[in-house]
Design a protein. Structure first.
Length: 214
């Protein structure tokens, strides 16, 4: 992967549209609005859950889909900052709109890492990301959280995060292993501190827990 020239300008990276079974919604229709396009850089911050300004969803519509549905996010640009991408779901204790994302209620359902020879992150230059909601998760309200991590500055990862609100129907009784956000990654995680330019990595693990396939 050739090193691009990056300046201090923050590139626009906001996942602002949700796809449900092939239908793309309006910007921030089911996705909590965020305060700006700046990334989250403190892995211990509560903003790691749903970005700055995303702690409440009372003004956001909650969509409904069945377990096993194909869901996705659309970025308002293409991925420019090289790094991994992952999708988490968080089981809301009450409603998705009223939950701030606190507690060990999160599990990973999708991730995109890197290809090698030549080395390139799989999310690069893409703007649409779709995945399958596990068929066995319990019905109920969830936050569906996407993150893309920019690793272009070694040791200073940038998290681009959005959360959608959803009610899942027709689910099962699976109990995925849960994590807390923040807490699911640490600032010393080798997958976050890695220099992706020199030497070029020959292996890479996406940060966070393993994917729950359901």
């Amino acid at each position: 992967m050739r090193q691009r020239l990056y300046t201090t300008h923050i590139y626009v990276d906001i996942f602002n549209k949700l796809i449900v079974n092939g239908a793309t919604g309006v910007a921030f229709g089911n996705i909590r609005p965020v305060s700006s396009n700046s990334p989250v850089e403190d892995v211990s911050s509560p903003s790691m859950r749903c970005n700055v300004g995303g702690a409440s969803g009372n003004g956001t519509t909650t969509t409904t889909f069945s377990a096993g549905s194909t869901v996705g996010f659309v970025l308002d640009n293409t991925i420019y900052h090289p790094g991994p991408l992952a999708v988490y779901m968080g089981k809301a204790p009450t409603t998705a709109a009223s939950w701030d994302g606190s507690g060990a209620n999160w599990f990973k359902i999708y991730e995109m890492g890197a290809n090698f020879n030549p080395f390139k992150f799989q999310s690069m230059d893409k703007s649409t990301f779709t995945f399958t909601i596990p068929k066995t998760i319990p019905s109920g309200d969830y936050l569906v959280r996407i993150e893309q991590i920019g690793l272009h500055v070694a040791g200073s990862p940038q998290f681009y995060i959005s959360c959608a609100q959803a009610t899942v129907t027709g689910g099962g009784s699976a109990r995925p292993a849960m994590v807390s956000i923040p807490g699911y990654v640490t600032k010393n995680d080798p997958s976050l501190t890695v220099n992706i330019w020199n030497p070029v990595p020959t292996a890479y693990k996406v940060p966070g827990p393993a994917v729950f396939s359901g």
